[in-house]
Design a protein around this ligand. Structure first.
Ligand code: BTN
Length: 274
């Protein structure tokens, strides 16, 4: 990955801005935008992990950072989402002067409502080596409370709706770009490894509200026949196993203790805090 600093003028050179896009991540997948930062004022098909849609109306920050990868092993990219969660927390704390939390794996919450989601995606070449890293971040910033209605009302909100404070998007983007660049560079440089990565793991643990809680774990195999596991999970969590979230490992996996006292590490998927 090429080294890039993020002072204001370099940020300007890297920015590609749109009023509307289906999805900034999809744009990065299709276009040659390595090294660029793609921002849209709104998205018509913003999406997140597990095929979920991401509410992307005017007022939020919807941004994808696109990095060219050279000689990077797929396993080096495992921690990237966790490291970016820390990058987002740092940027929001610095610019918005509030202290959000992380819900494992990639949700940023304020007052128990989701204010940000992160979707890191890798594009592979024909020989299956990673060639492009796309880090998509959606932050609910200045939308009014009434924008989050229907089923969103209880799960998501914006920083403005929760605090009454408006955020300068450009200011947040500047700090965010510098933090995401730093996290991506550390993640893809195995030599810089341990200590620097550990700092991110420590900071993640400190901010992770999932730890210590009783959780339900979405295991695809436990959904009733013919029912989409995600739908089953959102409608009836009791069908899925419970466990206590104990720790975050060095790759941001979630170590849990099952009711039979055994331990296991969950590396992806979804948990729901009871
Ligand atoms: C999630 O909640 O699971 C992740 C949501 C990620 C949303 C961002 S908004 C910018 C970028 N474009 C997308 O379509 N998704 C990401």
């Amino acid at each position: 990955m090429k080294k890039r600093a993020s002072n204001i003028s370099q940020l300007k050179d890297r920015l590609i801005e749109f009023d509307t896009l289906p999805s900034t991540n999809e744009y990065c997948k299709k276009e040659q935008v390595n090294g660029k930062i793609v921002v849209a004022k709104k998205q018509t098909n913003g999406h997140g992990r597990m095929g979920r849609s991401f509410f992307s109306e005017d007022g939020g920050l919807y941004v994808s950072f696109c990095y060219e990868l050279n000689d990077v092993l797929p396993e080096h990219l495992i921690p990237i989402t966790g490291m970016c969660a820390v990058a987002v927390i740092r940027a929001i704390v610095t610019v918005c002067k509030i202290s959000p939390s992380i819900k494992w794996t990639n949700d940023i919450l304020l007052q128990n409502k989701k204010i940000c989601g992160i979707l890191a995606e890798t594009v592979f070449s024909n020989d299956l080596s990673p060639e492009k890293l796309i880090i998509g971040i959606g932050i609910n910033l200045n939308q009014a409370k009434k924008s989050f209605d229907g089923e969103l009302k209880n799960i998501a909100s914006s920083i403005y709706a929760l605090t009454g404070k408006r955020t300068d998007k450009k200011e947040l983007l500047k700090v965010l770009a510098s933090e995401v660049d730093k996290a991506a560079k550390i993640a893809v440089s195995p030599q810089s490894e341990c200590d620097l990565k550990n700092e991110y793991v420590k900071e993640y643990r400190k901010n992770c509200i999932t730890l210590g809680k009783e959780i339900h774990i979405l295991k695809q195999s436990l959904a009733p026949d013919g029912i989409d596991p995600k739908v089953a999970f959102s409608q009836n969590k009791e069908l899925f196993p419970t466990a206590i979230a104990v720790d975050i490992d060095e790759n941001f996996g979630l170590l849990v203790q099952n009711p039979d006292k055994t331990f296991e590490t969950i590396v992806s998927g979804e948990v729901s805090v009871r």
